[in-house]
Design a protein around this ligand. Structure first.
Ligand SMILES: Nc1ncnc2c1ncn2[C@@H]1O[C@H](COP(=O)(O)OP(=O)(O)OP(=O)(O)O)[C@@H](O)[C@H]1O
Ligand SMILES: [Mg+2]
Length: 255
């Protein structure tokens, strides 16, 4: 609480004006955390690139079999940096309002099929089966590129976090004037205490394990922003008997 007091001029007493600064303080903290998180995320791959370059210069470059390994690690770190920078730019564009959302009537089924194709290779490697249960004539009112990005993030997560041999279903149903799209997996699921927070920037449930699969924790923050920009909502529920069910609602395209 911030208070200003001034004495009344011709009478006894004073005027006190009080401001509730809870929200301002919260936003300051969010900004500080954000900067700290970004720095941390950038530091790890940069130090890997640096350490490996040093080792190569110190002589490892003369031994091709060893050199390859160091270069390979550098390449992977560079890829991670590139992905992180791309996500950060995306978030800042969305937040600055310069991400142009131009909604249109869109057929859902082809977009879902196309997005599944994009993760198919990774899914096959892990023997994960992805099925789509989206009615052919279903349309939504959405920005095609944004919708594709939302679906890709949700399906990519499902593939990344579901163990070998898992199953993923993408389905869509109409409810009144909204369409509800669901991405359900039978992976480890997300504990209740983490569920509300996974849409925050940089929030990862299991930092050790998520790092292994290469995430930075920005995917779902982007999903939430884009969904809201399209007048939709996102959420996550436990799946039965096991797994996660991410849902997304979008306005149905009407005449
Ligand atoms: N289908 C899922 N099953 C289990 N956990 C999940 C699932 N989807 C997301 N999570 C958890 O939520 C966290 C946040 O997801 P998010 O997509 O924002 O980040 P990420 O996948 O770690 O990184 P990025 O998407 O930026 O590459 C993940 O790190 C993971 O712990
Ligand atoms: Mg992700």
């Amino acid at each position: 609480m911030l208070a200003y007091a001034s004495p009344l001029r011709n009478q006894q007493g004073a005027v006190v004006v009080m401001h509730d600064v809870t929200e301002i303080r919260r936003l300051e903290r969010v900004r500080r955390d954000f900067v700290a998180n970004v720095s941390h995320e950038l530091r790890t791959p940069v130090s890997i690139i640096r350490a490996n370059a040093e080792t190569l210069l110190d002589g490892a470059i003369e031994k091709p079999e060893v050199a390859r390994r160091f270069l390979d690690a550098q390449l992977r770190s560079a890829d991670r940096l590139a992905a992180l920078v791309a996500d950060l730019l995306e978030i800042s564009r969305i937040e600055a309002g310069t991400y142009e959302i131009s909604p249109d009537e869109i057929e859902l089924e082809p977009i879902v099929a196309h997005t599944i194709d994009e993760v198919e290779r990774l899914a096959q490697e892990k023997h994960i089966e992805i099925t789509s249960d989206v009615p052919e004539d279903m349309t939504v009112w959405a920005d095609e590129q944004a919708l594709e990005q939302v679906l890709l993030n949700l399906i990519d997560n499902a593939v990344k976090y579901t163990p070998t041999g898992g199953k993923i279903v993408v389905r869509a149903k109409k409810r009144d004037d909204m369409v509800r799209i669901e991405v359900e997996d039978n992976g480890p699921g997300i504990e209740a205490r983490h569920r509300a927070r996974v849409f925050e920037r940089f929030y990862r449930v299991d930092k050790g394990r998520s790092r292994e699969v290469g995430g930075t924790g920005l995917g779902l923050a982007i999903v939430k922003h884009l969904a809201e920009a399209m007048e939709g909502q996102v959420g996550v529920e436990p799946a039965e008997p096991q797994g996660s069910l991410f849902w997304l609602t979008l306005p149905a395209a009407s005449d």
